[in-house]
Design a protein around this ligand. Structure first.
Ligand code: NAD
Length: 363
């Protein structure tokens, strides 16, 4: 029997409001499909700092290592701005990502036809948009050493970082992206800056090597500056994009905005065995915390990704995605995606509506 142990980390601000909605949905799926999901809870980020003085305790790390998947809300907020940089809430997130070696960040940017007016691009450019960005998450310039700010002999200060990728790091993220392309549109665009950066000359070479094992996938390469432009000009040309940590960080935010609301976007961060951490792409939204107005759909859709990628329950994932779509069809909207003529609902009501839609689909 497939083990389905889930560690739930609500996090901070809107985290403890949106995560319970995803749990409600998962419990309903469990009831309908008998998945035997076991839930365990822990603290991460500001909540963990308040509880034990560290953004990620050893106890949380141990629970994370023992789980098949982790569902996270979001961490951080101005409440912890005074805390030492080394133990800020976001460090807890980085600790789990690197301790569990969650190197593969999958960020789908899907345009729900019901929301095509919410994009900053004209509907004809984005309707039907369905891109998957595969971003390397634990290497590249964000982690490369040496790094720091030093004082030169002439007394001037200099900031420096190191951009490096080993062959093995490139190979495993490329493989993850090719696998993803195989179950989608079989097109993969690798984004680099190989006209300037040696690291990405190697990146391109290794991606080409991995491509030999995936003859069905049509591989293309694009420089990152062009990719940013193409995403805004003709986003529907893309199926799967694979890129390094920093380029992926930037391009996935561009792709997110194409879909209109950050409140709709899920993400997954996976290790080599498919164990993963699932979280909405947005942050902890302190400006709207405690008001029951945050959109829980990105977290609910993250729970669907968790079923698909870590818990061996693809059909159940689809059932959640269909339920979300039917709730949008019914005109229900949280404030971030609201337009005239629609029915404005809060966080809990939106979660309840998805549960109801699941119930109806199971009849
Ligand atoms: P944010 O994503 O929290 O908020 C940006 C804007 O989007 C805000 O106006 C917010 O109200 C809105 N928003 C975000 N999620 C929403 C939702 N579900 N429904 C409706 N509206 C939503 O980004 P920020 O303000 O830059 O960051 C706030 C805090 O979150 C910071 O402490 C930051 O470090 C942290 N953060 C955490 C993560 C994470 O946990 N993975 C990611 C990004 C930012």
């Amino acid at each position: 029997m497939i083990e389905r142990r889930v560690l739930v980390l609500p996090g901070d601000n809107i985290g403890p409001e949106i995560v319970p909605e995803a749990i409600k949905v998962l419990k309903k799926v469990d009831e309908i499909f008998n998945l035997n999901i076991e839930f365990e809870y822990g603290e991460l980020g500001g909540a963990a700092i308040d509880a034990c003085g560290l953004p990620c305790s050893n106890a949380t790390l141990e629970k994370a290592k023992a789980a098949n998947a982790i569902l996270l809300g979001a961490v951080g907020g101005p409440q912890w701005d005074h805390v030492d940089l080394e133990i800020r809430p976001e460090k807890g997130l980085l600790a789990i990502r690197s301790e569990l070696d969650l190197f593969g960040n999958l960020r789908p940017a899907i345009m729900y036809p019901q929301l095509s007016h919410a994009s900053s691009l004209k509907p004809e450019y984005v309707s039907g948009l369905d891109i998957l960005i595969v971003r390397e998450l634990v290497g590249g310039i964000y982690f490369g050493k040496p790094r720091g700010i030093r004082t030169l002999v002439d007394g001037e200060r200099e900031g420096y970082n190191t951009y490096r990728y080993k062959e093995s790091e490139i190979r495993r993220i490329a493989r993850m992206a090719f696998e993803a392309a195989m179950i989608r549109g079989k097109r993969l665009c690798s984004v680099d800056k190989s006209n300037v950066l040696e690291v990405t000359v190697l990146w391109r070479e290794i991606v080409e090597e991995v491509a030999v094992d995936y003859p069905e996938v049509k591989l293309s390469h694009m420089y990152v500056d062009n990719a940013a432009m193409q995403l805004v000009m003709q986003p529907k040309q893309f199926d799967v994009i694979v890129t390094g940590n920093m380029f992926g960080d930037i391009l996935s935010d561009i792709a997110a905005m194409l879909t209109g609301s950050i409140g709709m976007l899920p993400s997954a961060s996976l290790d080599i065995n498919g164990v993963g951490m699932y979280e909405p792409c947005h942050g902890s939204a302190p400006d709207i915390a405690g008001q029951d107005i945050a959109n829980p759909l990105a977290t609910i859709l993250s729970a669907a990704m968790m079923l698909r990628y870590s818990l061996g329950a693809k059909n159940e994932a689809k059932a959640i995605e269909r339920a979300v779509s039917s709730v949008l069809d019914n005109g229900l909207r949280t404030g971030d995606i609201f337009t005239d003529g629609m029915k404005k609902v809060g966080t809990a009501k939106m979660g309840n509506a998805v549960v109801k839609a699941l119930e109806l689909s199971a009849l």
